[in-house]
Design a protein. Structure first.
Length: 399
């Protein structure tokens, strides 16, 4: 493996140690989160308490501007923090909240920033994402949820689907068509919607890959006019992100958490193979398993190097976020490799890999869960979509 270590100064080394010390105190259970959104109520409480503790330190908003609850620290410090959190098995911050913060910081008014960024920085307000509709997924621009202006309110009507953990959230970031005569990418606006608004109902969508998504129905839901973020009708150009758009501001540079979790999973898979004997010998001495482990290592290392290439370009360009080419290509490869990784790991472990809990569960059931969650890899956009965005926005190729 390439030995890449971003903390090459005494200050950065000290920062890494500070993060580690905090984790020992704030994450005493050492429960390993390979996936954030499971439905274990105790897990959720632990998750929320942990992030409130991180928020209290000011580390959710580590790189944000000081006037909006941030500490204006560097991208590299944020990367080190992310690395340590994931190496430790701690859950990642609910990513939707960070995406909302990026949009509000870039396109919100001063009042919207003051109002919404505090709760995200302190991890006291959770956000859901209302993009996808039953007939608008990859082709998001065909969305039909409507918003019409009525005095000093906007009125929402329509249906969103697949809202991750929205039932746990206080607010939802919603895209809706505010110009009834518009088609496709024009005339779409973005709204910051309080989920306790009358006229909003939710139904659960249980996910076999773990966690819960939700259907959200808007029936004449009236939200104050200042819930509109950015310019009316311009959300596609201003705010489209998450499912394939541009990465936003420097303040939101982050390590690729899925990939880092895979790096951790690989280390754990190798340890498992060293410690587990079959026919009297460790699995690592089985020639077939050695080939399989080699295949996993090559895949993970290739992804890691591609990610580091993107980060180094981002750091040297002065922009925190990775470019459209790097971030989308990486996401495409990762999304395709994840189910393959999980399948090969299941084959290495054999039938016991299917057991979720109890004394026969291997790695506490993590292989089984990793396999199931890998089929949710189209969250945030499918690999085909990521390839398309890499080609059009990254390389400037025609559609
Ligand atoms: C676990 C999970 C969590 C999610 N969380 C959220 C959330 O919180 N909020 C939210 O709004 N959405 C969420 N989504 C929805 C997610 O963004 C969509 O599933 C995704 O964008 C794909 O849309 P779709 O499911 O309608 O599939 P479709 O768009 O119908 O795609 C079906 C297949 O066709 C392919 N395809 C479609 N168009 C093209 C094209 N032009 N070229 C090549 N291939 C194409 C796709 O790649 C895919 O393989 C979540 C999804 C999952 C699985």
């Amino acid at each position: 493996m390439v030995d890449f270590c971003p903390d090459d100064t005494p200050e950065l080394k000290a920062w890494r140690l500070e993060v580690r010390e905090f984790l020992h105190e704030a994450w005493p259970s050492k429960r390993i989160f390979d996936y954030d959104y499971d439905e274990d109520p105790a897990g959720w409480e632990e998750y929320k308490a942990f992030w409130r503790a991180v928020g209290k330190k000011g580390w959710v908003a580590l790189t944000w501007p000081k006037e909006y609850y941030g500490q204006a620290r560097s991208t590299v410090e944020k990367w080190i923090l992310d690395e340590e959190f994931i190496a430790y098995g701690a859950p990642t911050y609910p990513v939707i909240g960070l995406a909302v913060a990026a949009a509000v910081l870039r396109h919100g008014t001063h009042e919207q920033r003051l109002r919404h960024l505090k709760g995200i920085a302190e991890a006291t307000t959770l956000w859901g994402e209302g993009y996808t509709e039953p007939s608008a997924g990859s082709d998001l621009a065909s969305l039909t949820t409507r918003a019409h202006r009525d005095g000093d309110h906007w009125v929402l009507n329509g249906q969103k689907t697949l809202g991750t953990a929205a039932h746990q959230c206080d607010w939802m970031f919603v895209l809706a068509r505010s110009d009834p005569n518009s088609v496709k990418h024009n005339g779409i606006s973005a709204f910051l919607v309080p989920l306790d608004t009358p006229g909003i109902q939710m139904l659960p969508l249980e996910n076999i890959g773990d966690g819960q998504q939700n259907q959200t129905f808007f029936e004449n839901a009236r939200i104050p006019a200042d819930c509109l973020v950015g310019d009316e009708g311009q959300a596609w150009n201003q705010i489209w992100f998450g499912i394939g758009g541009e990465q936003l501001d420097n303040a939101f540079a982050a390590q690729d958490t899925h990939l880092m979790r895979m790096v951790r999973m690989l280390a754990d898979t190798i340890s498992y193979c060293k410690e587990t004997k079959r026919g009297g010998a460790p699995l690592t001495e089985d020639p077939v398993i050695r080939v399989q482990l080699g295949e996993l290592m090559v895949g993970v290392e290739a992804l890691r190097l591609a990610a580091l290439d993107g980060y180094s370009k981002a750091a040297t360009s002065g922009k925190g976020g990775r470019g459209a080419l790097e971030s989308n290509l990486n996401a495409a490869f990762y999304k395709e490799f994840w189910p393959h990784y999980a399948q090969v790991a299941m084959e290495i472990v054999g039938p016991l890999a299917q057991i979720q809990g109890g004394k026969w569960a291997q790695l506490n059931g993590r292989f089984e869960k990793y396999f199931r969650t890998s089929f949710g890899n189209h969250a945030g956009g499918t690999s085909q979509l990521k390839r398309m965005v890499a080609a059009t926005r990254g390389l400037g190729l025609p559609r």
